[in-house]
Structures are given as C-alpha cells and as structure tokens.
Design a protein around this ligand. Structure first.
Ligand code: SF4
Length: 370
C-alpha cells in the first residue's frame, strides 16, 4: 500500500545544489551545512504579551514554522522571555533594535538566538558586548542588515548602489565580529525590492561561508507580498543560496509559513511537508473547496507527514485528482466521495471536513508515509 501511495504522489522538482555553508544551531534546529532550509516567522505580539505570543507561536509551529522571532522592546519583554521560551515548541530568537543592553540581558533567558541590526544598535563596542553575551550563553547571533536602517556612513553608497551598500554593511560587521573568534553567526540582507535583495545576497554569499537568512523585508499585503517574496526567494534558493527563510507578509503570520513551505517544496528543497491541492472551483462546485483547503494548509503540518490531499469541487475533474492523491475528496450531486490510495472509502452527505480529517488521521496512523 505504501508503495502504491508513493507512486501516486506527484514527482517533486529536482533538488537544487546548495552553497556550502558552515552550520550553526538555534536550539536543536540546524541552519546551514547540510541542514534542510528552515522556515521562520515572527510573532505579531511582543514578548511581554506572553499568552497571545504563546498561542500564536503554537499556531505557527502547527503550520510548519521551525524557528520563531519575538520582539524585545524593553525590560518587561526581557523578563517575559523565560516564560515564552519554556512554553514554545520551537526555538525562539529575541529580536532587538536600538538598545544593545536588552540583547545582552536577553541572551541568558532561554532564547536560542539574538537578532540585531547593525544600523541601529550603536557601533562596534556595543555590537561586541552583544557578541560576548551570545558567546557566554552559547547561542547564535543573526546580524540583520536592512535597507531601511543602514549605518550613516553607508547612506551615500546606498544612493548609488543599493546591493553593494547592504553587502558592505554586512561585511563590516563580519570583520568586526570575526576578530573576536565568535562564529555562530547568521547574516541577512534585506530590502523591500526583490531585485536589490537578490543582488545583495549574491554579493555577500560569494565572499564567505556563513549561513544566510533570506527574506524580502516589508514585502507587503498577502498577495503582492507573496509574489515579491517568491520572486526573490526563487532566484536565490534556485542558485543554491539561503539556509533559512522568512516570507514577510502583513497580517496573520501563519500565511507566511504556508507560502514558505510551498516555495521550498516546489524547488525540491524540502519534501517533508504535506501538500494540499484544490480546484479553483466553478459553477459546478458542490463543496466549500476554498475554506476546506485553507483550513487543511493550516493544520496538516501539525498532524500529518509527507502526504498529498486533494479537495475537488465536482465530478468533472474531482475523482481523477482525488484518486491521484493519498487522500482526496470530490464533490458529487449527492454530497461527496472520499478516496484513499485511489479507491473510494466513503460516500458522505454532510460533515465533509470532519470526515476528510478523520480519513487523513487514519491514513497517517496506518500508513506512516514517512
Ligand atoms: S473540479 Fe469541478 S468544480 Fe472544480 S473547477 Fe473543475 S469543474 Fe469546476
């Protein structure tokens, strides 16, 4: 049965040869080296909103997020980090701007990493205090260069050559930090322009072997932001550059995870996420396809491994696609039909989503596709 299911699964795109990078860790999650490209997001709540941030982090983890960043704005946020980290199912990175002392205090409070921005943390001495704190705590430091907050000295270069200015900022920090012997570093070079992000990362990646966190900053509202992110990520990941990614979108961060997982799967860089296919619907549709497919994308990574689920609206293309998937549902005049491994297992007239989930859970338990 397992082999049949495997054969029915669509062929994945070929894997991309990745740039050779050194490996660092956020907790148990490796970034760089031969670790798979990981998915990150950021809570929309500050650390001090422990309950809200905690619930959001659980939802992100359930959708497939592997590393999460939390904003640390003041001492209250620093004090909340231990509770956030101990309740989080995934490693937490403290995101700090402006005040390096917050980064120093955050380092020993359960976080798996720190993220600072050299453009606003306040010069070499302060950066080095953060580096020493990260080294003492045995955690990873991300140096995140952003076009919107470059060091003053680089602004005239930025006017002339944006990618080179971003790369120069990251290289300066690298030079300063490397003198200390600290190597648990991840770099990111972000702009709201996909083209600038791509070129800046290409330039930086050519000169060293530190892992890169990729993303287009301030990418935008969900649809246009997704397009901008996918354009940049596809070019860089397709060239083997990038070790961890964030798709920045306004609104619910769970959407970021769904897009990131689809990008990595489509490029053949990850094949361990469940895949949902669904029809665009038309006047023949008998089912609430869009709602079911969206719900599945949010909850499947938390309850199923590598599998394909098809949600199809009617008897035209429905049975064909549903048969090809591991589990599929196809609308019919009298309700819907559920397929498993190409065979009909249920005809139902109501509770479509609940029945589909119950078949998915049975499939995961009984066939263990991994
Ligand atoms: S499967 Fe049916 S409902 Fe869905 S788009 Fe095709 S014809 Fe329309």
């Amino acid at each position: 049965m397992k082999k049949d299911a495997e054969n029915r699964r669509r062929d994945r795109e070929p894997a991309v040869a990745r740039r050779v990078t050194r490996r660092v860790f956020y907790g148990t999650v490796g970034v760089g080296g031969d670790s798979p490209v990981s998915i990150q997001s950021m809570s929309t709540f500050p650390a001090a909103a422990v309950e809200e941030a905690g619930a959001e982090i659980r939802a992100l983890s359930q959708a497939g997020c592997e590393i999460v960043r939390v904003a640390v704005r003041d001492d209250q946020d620093v004090m909340a980090l231990e509770r956030i980290c101990s309740a989080s199912p995934i490693p937490v990175i403290a995101d700090i701007h402006f005040d390096h002392r917050l980064a120093v205090s955050a380092a020993g409070r359960g976080v798996a990493g720190l993220r600072i921005n050299p453009g606003n943390i306040g010069g070499e001495k302060k950066v080095m205090e953060v580096v020493e704190a990260a080294a003492r705590a045995g955690i990873t430091l991300r140096v995140g260069v952003n076009a919107g907050s470059l060091e003053k000295e680089l602004r005239s270069l930025y006017e002339k050559d944006q990618p080179r200015a971003l790369c120069e900022s990251a290289n300066r920090q690298l030079g300063i930090i490397e003198r200390s012997g600290f190597r648990d570093l991840v770099f990111s070079l972000k702009s709201s322009s996909a083209a600038v992000t791509v070129e800046a990362n290409r330039l930086f990646a050519a000169g060293n072997d530190y892992p890169l966190h990729l993303g287009v900053t301030e990418a935008g509202p969900p649809l246009s932001g997704t397009a901008r992110s996918v354009v940049a990520l596809t070019q860089l990941l397709g060239a083997g550059i990038g070790d961890t990614i964030r798709v920045s979108l306004s609104g619910d961060p769970v959407r970021e995870i769904i897009v990131a997982a689809a990008v990595l799967s489509s490029l053949g860089l990850r094949d361990d996420f469940p895949r949902v296919i669904s029809c665009p619907t038309c006047g023949r549709c008998h089912l609430e396809v869009a709602g079911m497919a969206e719900k599945l994308e949010r909850i499947l990574p938390g309850r199923a491994g590598k599998m394909t689920v098809a949600v199809m609206g009617c008897e035209v293309n429905g049975p064909g696609e549903a048969r090809e998937a591991d589990i599929g549902i196809a609308g019919a005049k009298q309700g819907a039909v559920i397929f498993r491994n190409g065979r009909i297992v249920k005809k139902i007239e109501k509770d479509f989503f609940e029945n589909l989930i119950s078949e998915i859970d049975k499939f995961s338990l009984e066939e263990d596709p991994e």
